[in-house]
Write a protein that binds this ligand. Structure first.
Ligand code: SF4
Length: 289
């Protein structure tokens, strides 16, 4: 099996320092939409200058380089233990090169491991598939936006949210309202309906890998994605909470089967520094998206 350690380091560098094109475009569009000279427009201008400098200088887009979350899709015959070891080694090298801030802290002692490794750190999920290529998707999930993620168990009496899509709409908007600017808006929302608590949160985060504007195949969920996006942007929270028309750049929803007794809705909030990239390994060739 080939050694992909250096390729993983490059994946981390690109993810940490080069905002995806769809995010940059969405921030540029939002900038034009905000009132000229407003704090909202100023915040978006700062983000755009920031991401341009980060790309040019190969420096992290934000000081919090987040939790590295790797989703590894691999063909039959690859060793997941070997891939995990290469990913961890790449994380150590990327930390030495300052593409990542040392972010792994022992929850009991408070000690920082110094190299972004620790118990279940980084996060790595493996998925065997039928393709003959390896695809590795990486997300760097910032702490501030992670803190404003939320999970609801429906029905929710205070919000008058029942076990239906109208209930889902109410709780997702509640999560945005509670977050205010603390998730470093404008954000992107990944929403999971159903599952148990753990699966629901993990699935909501997987929605954040979808490109902006991607709509669910289910017309009802696609319509809900549009409705929540529109209504979240009517809340007036705006970029970084300064007020304005742009609170979220997109909303992406999908559903899981659930127990009859449970109806969870999980909301993962991704900040404007929406760092996600993919790497494809086809034979000896490695490409990045
Ligand atoms: S939430 Fe995002 S933009 Fe804000 S500090 Fe954290 S990583 Fe940076």
């Amino acid at each position: 099996m080939q050694d992909l350690t250096n390729a993983f380091v490059e994946l981390i560098r690109r993810t940490s320092t080069d905002l995806p094109g769809d995010m940059e475009l969405a921030l540029r569009d939002a900038r034009e939409y905000e009132a000229p000279g407003s704090a909202a427009q100023g915040a978006l201008d700062t983000m755009l200058v920031n991401q341009e400098m980060s790309r040019r200088l190969s420096r992290p887009i934000c000081q919090d380089t987040g939790t590295p979350i790797f989703e590894v899709h691999y063909p039959v015959g690859w060793s997941t233990r070997a891939l995990a070891a290469q990913i961890k080694q790449a994380v150590v090298i990327a930390t030495e090169k300052a593409y990542l801030r040392p972010n792994a802290v022992d929850s009991i002692s408070g000690a920082n491991s110094g190299d972004n490794t620790g118990t279940e750190f980084p996060t790595i999920h493996f998925h065997e598939w039928d393709e003959d290529v390896v695809q590795v998707d990486l997300m760097l999930k910032g702490g501030g936006c992670e803190n404003v993620g939320a999970q609801y168990s429906l029905p929710n009496a205070p919000l008058k949210a029942g076990r239906d899509l109208e209930g889902v709409r109410k709780v997702v908007l509640d999560a945005v309202q509670r977050a205010q600017g603390q998730g470093c808006a404008p954000g992107v929302l990944g929403v999971a309906i159903g599952g148990d608590r753990g699966a629901s949160y993990a699935f909501s985060k997987q929605q954040l890998f979808r490109p902006l504007g991607d709509r669910n195949d289910d017309p009802e969920l696609a319509a809900l994605e549009e409705t929540i996006k529109e209504q979240a942007n009517e809340l007036g929270i705006g970029p970084m909470g300064f007020g304005g028309k742009t609170t979220v750049l997109d909303v992406q929803i999908d559903s899981l089967h659930r127990l009859p007794a449970s109806f969870f809705v999980s909301v993962s909030y991704m900040c404007w520094a929406n760092r996600r990239r993919s790497m494809i390994v086809r034979g000896e060739e490695v490409t990045y998206q």
